[in-house]
Design a protein around this ligand. Structure first.
Ligand code: COA
Length: 144
């Protein structure tokens, strides 16, 4: 399967939005478009799409995570491959591109937080050389 990977643009918003639904997220196309614009205008964020026959079949977003008390790392903020195109190495290609970007930025650590329920994704990350380092709970407060 011939796959190209290129940087995401805001024109990709409709396809990115459709794939995001497979992740369980439901933003509108214009909300996704705004997020893409913010992402691509920041030097600390990056997003790539994978194409097959010029159709978007996957996307990945990552950013430099800066914490006051620890060494910076690259964190994967979102990754999805079209459910009709899985197990063909597309996810691996997108991860490899993020690894390259991380090295270009002089950062040797890439992390991803993955929900406990996403068992198949966990196997995918282990296959790609990631090791599990901790489990977390996430807390939130709504301000309006
Ligand atoms: C995780 C995901 C991005 C992998 O993409 P992909 O293009 O299928 O990945 P690759 O082809 O490079 O690797 C496939 C491997 O990942 C694992 N895997 C991925 N999805 C799987 C599934 N549904 N069931 C079982 N194993 C799966 C397997 O180890 C698989 O190896 P195999 O093809 O030899 O069985 C894709 O399954 C996906 O989009 N899942 C839904 C969204 C998601 O969970 N994203 C991650 C959020 S943290």
């Amino acid at each position: 399967m011939e796959i190209q990977v290129r940087q995401m643009t805001d024109n990709d918003a409709p396809a990115v939005q459709k794939l995001s639904e497979q992740l369980g997220y439901v933003l509108s196309i214009s909300e996704i478009k705004n997020n893409i614009r913010e992402t691509i205008s920041s030097k600390d964020h990056i997003a790539f799409v994978a194409l097959h026959d010029r159709k978007i079949v996957g996307w990945i977003h990552a950013f430099k995570a800066l914490f006051l008390g620890s060494i910076s790392f690259i964190e994967i903020g979102g990754l999805v491959v079209d459910e009709n195109c899985r197990s063909k190495g597309i996810g691996k290609k997108l991860i490899d591109r993020i690894k390259e970007w991380s090295l270009e930025k002089g950062i040797n650590q890439v992390r991803v937080r993955s929900q406990v329920k996403r068992k198949e994704a966990h196997q995918f990350y282990l296959n790609n050389g990631f090791v599990e380092i901790k489990e977390q709970k996430v807390f939130q407060i709504m301000l309006w």
